[in-house]
Design a protein around this ligand. Sequence first.
Ligand SMILES: [Zn+2]
Length: 305
Amino acid sequence: MLPVIYSDEFLEHKTGVLHPEKPERLSAIATALRSSAFANQLEWRSPTPVEQTRVGASIERVHSQEHIKTVQRLAHRGGGYLDGDTPVSPRSYDVALLAVSAWLDGVEQVLATGKPAFVLARPPGHHALKDRGMGFCLFSNAAIAAYYALEQPGINRVAILDWDVHHGNGTQAIVENHPQIAYCSLHQFPCYPGTGKASEQGGYQNVLNLPLPSGSTVAVYQPLFETKVMPFLSDFQPDLLIVSAGYDANAADALADMALQPQDYGLFTEYCLQLTTRIVFGLEGGYDLSALAQSVVATVEQCLS
Ligand SMILES: [Zn+2]
C-alpha cells in the first residue's frame, strides 16, 4: 500500500483560467491514479486539519512573520499577487496551510512505516523564500517538512532531491546553511529563476546543483544519477529523503525545454529507492496535464513494484 495524501480543498487555491498552476493539475493526477492498474494499492488519506496540527509553528520556523501575515492579509482581503505570477485567492492562505499539513503528514507516515508516501498537494513550494513567495509558491513545503522531520526522534539528517525542471531557489536559500539538511537539484540552466549554478554548494558542502542544458533527455539525466546524485545523497546518509517532485522537465511541458518522458520518472524513483524506502514525494511543478499525470503514475508504480 502507498499513502496518497490529498484533499479536494487543494483545488480551492484559484490562480485564474490562464495560469498554468491550476487546480486541474491535481484532478488529472487523481483521476489517473484512481484508474490505474494499482488503484487498489493506494491508500487515500486526508491531511490533518490545520487547527489540530503544528503547522503554524512549523511554518514560523522557516518563514518570517511578515511573509506569513502578508499571505494571510492578501487572501482575507479577497486576493492579490505576491509577484507577477504568484496569485493569492480568498482561500489560498488556508489551502497553503493545509498543503503544509499534508507534507508534514507525509513525513509522519514515512517515519511510521519506513515506506514511501506521495503528497498530492498544491500550491507548490520550492521557489518560496523566507520572506516572500514567488514562482507560483507561497510557503516552502519541502524545507518546512525537512525542519519538521529533524524534530522527530532518531532523525538527524534529511536530504531533499529536487527534480523539478526549475531550480528550487527558495528551498536552497532556506537550508543551505543547515548542516543536517542536504539539497540536490537537477534543473534546466539558464532558466527561471536564474539560481542553481554548480558553484553554489552550501555552507557545509551540503548543496549539489546540476545545471543542465535545454533539450536534455534521460540520456543526460541517468549518468548524473549514477555519478553525482546518488553518491552525494548516499554520502550524506539521510534518515529521510524528501523529493521535490516536479514534472515540468517532460518534453510535453510548455514551461521549459527539457525532453524527459513520463516513464523516466519511474527510473529516478528506482534510484531513490535503492538509497532508502523512507521517501516523501511531494508535488512541485508539472503543467502538461497528461504528461504530469502519467509521470506521477510512473513514480507511484515504481514505489509499489
Ligand atoms: Zn518547475
